[in-house]
Design a protein around this ligand. Structure first.
Ligand code: INI
Length: 154
């Protein structure tokens, strides 16, 4: 018989930081709403959430790394939207965000959640920010709750 360790989904007594990009704010605001809704519906108290605004997704990793290392948060959520049609340097911004967010988690040992949309067009981004494909901010909060609970047990 093996030992299984799993994280459960609960917001009680959890302290999270959300790094939110102002670029494509009409999308990232919806992602934040989804994350907060998810948190409070799982017993979390909104006063335990710190929202940190950054100019764009490129600035998310360094900010997330600083927050993760502060020791104040059980997890850091990264919420951004990189839309190919809107930028000639999509690949650079998207790649840096993904690589840097992963690095922030590895360096700090704190769950740093990738809630950055990388889409071909605005329509796809809208679909993932509360329309027909759900809300990736909500999904990011689910991952934050699961991972922070799991890390408390490892
Ligand atoms: N930042 C985004 O979050 N999404 C984008 O689609 C985007 N585009 O289109 O360029 C974007 N650019 C800004 C970038 O993240 C930095 O803020 C900027 O380059 C300053 O470092």
């Amino acid at each position: 018989m093996y030992t299984e360790i799993i994280g459960t989904l609960k917001g009680q007594d959890k302290h999270f930081a959300c790094v939110v990009s102002r670029f494509n704010d009409f999308i990232t605001a919806r992602l934040l709403e989804g994350a907060l809704d998810c948190f409070t519906r799982h017993g979390g108290d909104e006063k335990n959430i710190t929202v940190v605004r950054v100019p764009g997704s490129f600035e998310i990793p360094v900010t997330a790394a600083k927050l993760a290392k502060s020791g104040k948060y059980d997890a850091v959520l990264c919420l951004g939207a990189v839309i190919r049609g809107a930028t000639p340097h999509f690949d650079y911004v998207a790649a840096e965000a993904a690589k840097g967010i992963g690095q922030a988690a590895l360096d700090s040992g704190v769950p740093v959640i990738f809630g950055v949309l990388t889409t071909e067009n605005i329509e796809q981004a809208v679909e993932r920010a509360g329309a027909k494909s759900g809300n990736k901010g909500w999904d990011a909060m689910i991952s934050a709750m699961e991972m922070s609970d799991l890390f408390g047990k490892l």
